[in-house]
Design a protein around this ligand. Structure first.
Ligand SMILES: [Zn+2]
Length: 250
């Protein structure tokens, strides 16, 4: 069973808090960002939502209730700003907004709030780490594939850092919301091997300046549902582990 806050009534929520000692809020974080000519702007938010749904089912089996919160669907998205449809907020604004959301959920009675981020621009992750500084690790955490522990388990394209709307993300969306992928275009896309992490390390922050003229890097044409499901399992394990470790910190 998966509980989604946006579809529950006030009374439903009151009953959940009454019935269970530990209620965890799972807060998806994403972006509105160009993701090649074949994936939608909300790709990162969709990945966070899908991973959370899978994690919530597993947590439920371990008697931990995860309430899925409506997503934070805009983020620090400066790298893709030259590409249409991309919108960026400042790290300060994102941090403050997320901080207030965490405080609000804790005031509501939640034991823990777990942020789940799949928009992997360093400025976004840093802003989210900053948002946690007001809270103990028992009360708030960040599940992010940028952490080495999880990154090393993901696909080779992911680890090479040349993935934006490439095989990794396209596979994830094919496994969760296949209808939103423009597969006609996806199959025509040539592999591009531009490392975002190397460029960012060298101070080149803009996708167009890096050479990602179509807003993707990696090999989207090779994406498969099977790879997407395997990656999604790892992302779900990341969330379940982050939550259970936080709860055990007392
Ligand atoms: Zn993305």
């Amino acid at each position: 069973m998966v509980f989604s806050l946006s579809q529950m009534t006030s009374k439903d929520v009151a009953l959940v808090f009454e019935r269970y000692d530990d209620v965890v809020i799972l807060l998806p974080v994403g972006s509105l960002e160009a993701h090649g000519p074949h994936l939608p702007l909300s790709t990162d938010t969709m990945i966070s939502n899908a991973a959370i749904e899978r994690a919530a089912e597993r947590l439920h089996k371990e008697n931990v209730i995860g309430l899925i919160a409506p997503a934070v669907s805009y983020g620090v998205t400066e790298c893709a700003l030259q590409l249409s449809g991309t919108l960026s907020v400042s790290p300060e604004t994102l941090s403050m907004w997320v901080k207030e959301l965490i405080a609000g959920f804790l005031a509501m009675g939640a034991t823990h709030v777990c942020l789940v981020n799949n928009h992997l621009e360093p400025g976004q992750d840093e802003a989210l780490v900053h948002a946690l500084t007001d809270f103990s690790s028992h009360h708030a955490s960040l599940a992010s594939p940028l952490k080495k522990r999880w990154a090393k388990q993901l696909t080779s394209e992911f680890k090479q850092g040349n993935c934006h709307a490439g095989c990794y993300e396209t596979s994830l969306i094919l496994a969760t919301m296949p209808d939103v992928v423009n597969t006609d275009i996806q199959h025509t896309l040539k592999p591009i091997s531009i490392s975002l992490s190397d460029n960012i390390d060298q101070g080149v922050l803009d996708f167009v300046d890096m050479g990602l003229l179509d807003g993707y890097s990696g090999d989207p044409s090779q994406a498969t549902v099977q790879e997407g499901n395997e990656s999604l399992d790892i992302l779900a394990t990341m969330i379940v582990t982050t939550v259970t470790e936080a709860l055990s910190h007392g």
